[in-house]
Design a protein around this ligand. Structure first.
Ligand code: MG
Length: 248
């Protein structure tokens, strides 16, 4: 678990600011009839305009700047001109920006027009799980307490918890140690002062199980029920949890 210097934290906040600017725009433009490739173009332009690098573009061969995952898609959906959002959908947008070598990573699930009450509950609960997890991002606390806080919120609403994916350390690389499960695993890892972790619950309206489609990227729920994904990059600072992926 890498401790970040004051300078590194400053750069991570600048990277996180750019991620937040993308999300601010996504919230405005997501509506029925826009394609996920249009969203990708908008994100790419914002990241470039702010002198950052789209972290996802080319990462393990990923073809775009953001992941766009619709409805039963959990994460890693690939933007396409042929994927058009429609009323009642939800779309999870995952964005990474690298600014002067440091990474910000943040995801949010957006409603497209009006959505059903059960899907609204899914979104609200997953967002709540994220913030309950963030509350535990304190120096010398156990990493397990973040996992447990997320698990408790998910279970209170009877939602499925994605097991194969989770949060991660972040800094000079998008994925650093430690891995952060979204449920308790009896881990004894202690959160170090000024380390940074991307906290990212992925919760499902149905079962826990997911699999990857033939495109080798898109992860979907086995029962095809909707999934939500909320993520912030957070530093365990002495002043409390410092979220980097917000507009400065
Ligand atoms: Mg992440």
């Amino acid at each position: 678990m890498n401790k970040k210097s004051r300078e590194e934290i400053k750069l991570m906040r600048m990277a996180g600011n750019i991620v937040a600017l993308v999300h601010q725009e996504m919230k405005k433009v997501i509506e029925p009839s826009i394609s996920t490739l249009e969203l990708d173009n908008i994100a790419y332009n914002i990241i470039k305009k702010n002198k950052a690098i789209p972290t996802f573009l080319g990462y393990n061969g990923f073809p775009n700047s953001i992941c766009t995952s619709i409805n039963e898609q959990v994460v890693h959906g690939i933007p396409s001109k042929d994927i058009i959002l429609k009323e009642g959908d939800i779309v999870s947008i995952d964005v990474g920006a690298t600014f002067r070598g440091l990474v910000g990573d943040g995801a949010w699930t957006y409603p497209v027009g009006n959505i059903s009450d059960d899907i609204k509950m899914l979104l609200e609960t997953t967002e709540k799980a994220l913030f309950k997890g963030i509350e535990q991002m304190i120096p010398d606390n156990r990493l397990e307490n973040i996992s447990g806080a997320i698990e408790d919120v998910a279970k209170s609403a009877n939602l499925g918890i994605v097991r194969q994916y989770g949060g991660h350390g972040v800094g000079h690389n998008m994925h650093e140690e430690p891995f952060l499960f979204n449920y308790r695993t009896n881990s004894n890892i202690i959160i170090k002062r000024n380390c940074a972790i991307a906290i990212e619950p992925m919760l499902n309206l149905g079962c826990d199980e997911v699999h990857t489609l033939q495109d080798e990227w898109t992860v979907v729920t086995d029962d095809k029920k909707p999934s939500a994904h909320f993520e912030h990059t957070v530093v365990a600072s002495d002043e409390g949890p410092l979220i980097t992926t917000v507009v400065m």
